[in-house]
Design a binder for this molecule. Structure first.
Ligand code: CP
Length: 324
């Protein structure tokens, strides 16, 4: 694997290798000194053209735990605001000798363009592009699902075969939904999308999942329910659903959560809008994994960086635990 652009590019074996490597990386977080020398002397640029809290901080933490030299770039305050192109920005980074570029961009396809243009030689990792893909989010979600539904070390080598995941909300604008549908399908899970008809993409019938317009009908057969934010910033104001109507039909409150199987979990990639897609009571409940997903994101991103840049060096120990 040279770049990570789309969850759809991962085979089952690629994905399981990343999840297993992330389990090894998670052990580093339990040590008094949370650092490995694996990427010493390598330079990683975090190139963020769009706002981010979790992904940007998580990649930076992952890079620093692997001892990489880290350069943070945000479009605000850079020469992008003076009209500089992606090509010229990329060539500036290439001239500085970077080994990997983590890119978030508002335009779907920008990371693919960067990886295939010949402008740079570095590995490219997609940290979210437009409404297209967010592969490391899908990987950290799969990691969280495997830990919760299969078990931490018992899950090594395993996928999510037969698990039932429901993704609820603004599917139309969601790169998280697209990435999760691709990866969860590859890992053998059954995915159901739930959304108002206006927030379902054209062509969804060709995606490897089911679609339902009723949340209440699918809660009882879900091992995990992933709630998504309505992305108003990507919508024409005329199409905003009203908050009260949306929450009534598609929001997850305690009454709805009680319809889920007792051991089913609630997920959210963040940022959450409490009171719209999820109530504060559900968001703060022990069944909600939103904070755990953030913690797992660092381990998963360490695994991706290690596998793309670390070569054949052992990740943590010489003796990788045997798959169960
Ligand atoms: N989940 C996610 O991508 O969050 P940020 O936009 O804060 O990075």
């Amino acid at each position: 694997m040279r770049h990570l652009i789309s969850a759809a590019d991962l085979t089952r074996d690629d994905a399981v290798l990343i999840l297993d490597t992330a389990e090894e990386m998670a052990r580093v977080a339990d040590r008094p000194i949370k650092k490995l020398p694996t990427l010493r002397g390598r330079t990683v640029v975090n190139l963020f053209f769009e706002d981010s809290t979790r992904t940007r901080i998580s990649f930076e933490a992952a890079e620093k735990r692997l001892s990489a030299d880290v350069i943070n770039f945000t479009a605000k305050g850079s020469s992008v605001s003076k009209g500089e192109s992606l090509k010229d920005t990329a060539q500036t980074l290439e001239a500085m000798g970077v080994d990997a570029v983590v890119i978030r961009h508002g335009a779907s396809g920008a990371p693919f363009r960067l990886a295939t243009s010949g402008w740079i030689d570095a590995a490219v990792i997609n940290a979210g592009d437009g409404t297209h893909q967010h592969p490391t989010q899908a990987l950290l979600d799969a990691f969280t699902l495997r830990r919760r539904l299969v078990g931490p070390d018992a899950g090594l080598g395993q996928d999510l075969a037969g698990r039932r995941v429901t993704i609820v909300g603004d599917i139309l604008h969601s790169r998280v939904a697209r990435s999760n549908v691709d990866l969860l399908h590859t890992l053998g899970a059954h995915v159901t999308l739930v959304a108002p008809p206006t927030l379902v993409p054209v062509g969804v019938e060709n995606w490897p999942c089911e679609v339902s317009y009723s949340l209440d009908n699918v809660l009882g057969r879900s091992d995990a329910v992933m709630m998504l934010r309505v992305q108003r910033e990507r919508m024409n104001a005329a199409y905003f659903p009203t908050e009260r109507e949306y929450a009534r039909r598609y929001g997850l409150d305690a009454e709805r959560m009680a319809k889920m199987p007792a051991d089913a979990i609630v997920m959210h990639p963040g940022p959450m809008v409490r009171g719209m897609e999820i109530t504060a009571e559900v968001a703060d409940s022990p069944r909600c994994t939103v904070v755990e997903q953030v913690t797992n994101g660092v381990s998963v991103r360490m695994a991706v960086l290690y596998l793309l840049l670390g070569g054949n060096e052992p990740a943590v120990t010489q003796n990788r635990p045997a798959p169960a």
